[in-house]
Structures are given as structure tokens and as C-alpha cells.
Design a binder for this molecule. Sequence first.
Ligand code: C5P
Length: 208
Amino acid sequence: VRPLIIAIDGPAAAGKGTLARRLATHLGLPYLDTGLLYRAVGRRVLDAGADPNDPAIAAAAARALVPGDLTRDDLRGPPADAAASAVATIPSVRAALLEFQRGFGRARGAVLDGRDIGTVVFPDATAKLFVTASPEARGRRRWLELQQRGVAAELAVVTAEVRARDAADAARATAPMKPAADAMLLDTTDLDPDGAFAAALQLLRPLL
Ligand code: C5P
């Protein structure tokens, strides 16, 4: 039997991670936050004092990734966001991370969240959700996350950063962020985490 693969894509701070984690627990599947892979690559490049737009350095960092890189506590926040989005435009970086993601899912099935799970990583996923929310709602969520971690930031600046990263992720040539043709859309603007989970289950149920 084919393992159950749930692909969850969408822009920054749309609620993908919270939703994906809850679905994974509910369905008894492993969960992979694929954004962490790009964040960890960006972090390695920044640590080396190099430019995240440098293809050779970023690709070497992607190939050198080890599991411990994904548990670092400095993978969130504006510098890591920007570095992740920069390395994510580089085809050799994406290629280096592709097999890991596929292997993770094939082993026992999985819920994966990211930007290109339904389009590139698992085009034959069991079910695909594209999770969105208004830019204002997403900016506010990311700002609240930063507040909770004690990072001072201005709401308008955080919202502008979220918008800029989405624009870059949607416009890049390789594996741009976009809904797969067969993805189901879920707008979480007016939903809290419980509401988003209930709405997602309702969409997924016929496919599981
Ligand atoms: O999901 P998260 O915000 O942690 O992702 C960080 C960045 O990594 C995104 O802005 C995007 O550029 C990149 N990414 C990607 N493909 C994925 C997951 C993340 O390009 N599957």
C-alpha cells in the first residue's frame, strides 16, 4: 500500500505548521517542517560569514546538513527568514534537500509542510492543502510569535517582511510557491487553530 502523504503548502505565517503538527498527531503520522531545512542551510551560510545568495557555498551547506542542525534555537527570526528564502532560490540547494524529504515521507507516510510539497516533492500526495490568510492576519501572527519569544519588532515592519518573502517565494523560477492544481484551499484568516484543524479535517476526510 502507498504511504499516506499529506502535503501542506502556503505563504509564511498562514498557520501551516500548527495545523500540520495537529493533523500528524491526529493521523498518527510523522511530521516534517520542511522550512527548517532551508532555515538550517541559511544559518550555516550566515555562520560561515558568507552570502546566502552564493550558489556554491549554499549548496555545500545543504549537502553538509546534519540532523542536529534542525534543532538549533536560532532558526527563527528575521535574519534566518531572509537567509532561508535566499538559499531556497538556488536549484542545487533544493536538489540536495529533495531526496531527504522524499525519503522521510516514503518510510511511514507523513504530513509535510512547506512551499512546494504538493507541486514538486510529492506531486502524487494522498491529499494537498494550500493554506492562506490575509497578509494582515499573517503579519500579526508572526509579530505575536516574535513578541512571545521576547523579540521586539514593529507590526508594520514584520508585515512588510512577510509580504516581501511571500513575493520572492512565489516569483522564483525553481519550485515557486503556488497551489498544486489538485490542492484544496483553506483560508485561515478568520479561524483560530481549533477552527483551522476542524476545517482541514472536513476537507481531508473524503480523501483519507
Ligand atoms: O516555512 P518557513 O517560513 O519556515 O520557510 C522558510 C523559507 O524556506 C521560505 O520562505 C521559503 O523560501 C523556503 N521554503 C521553500 N520550500 C519549502 C519550505 C520552505 O522554498 N518546501
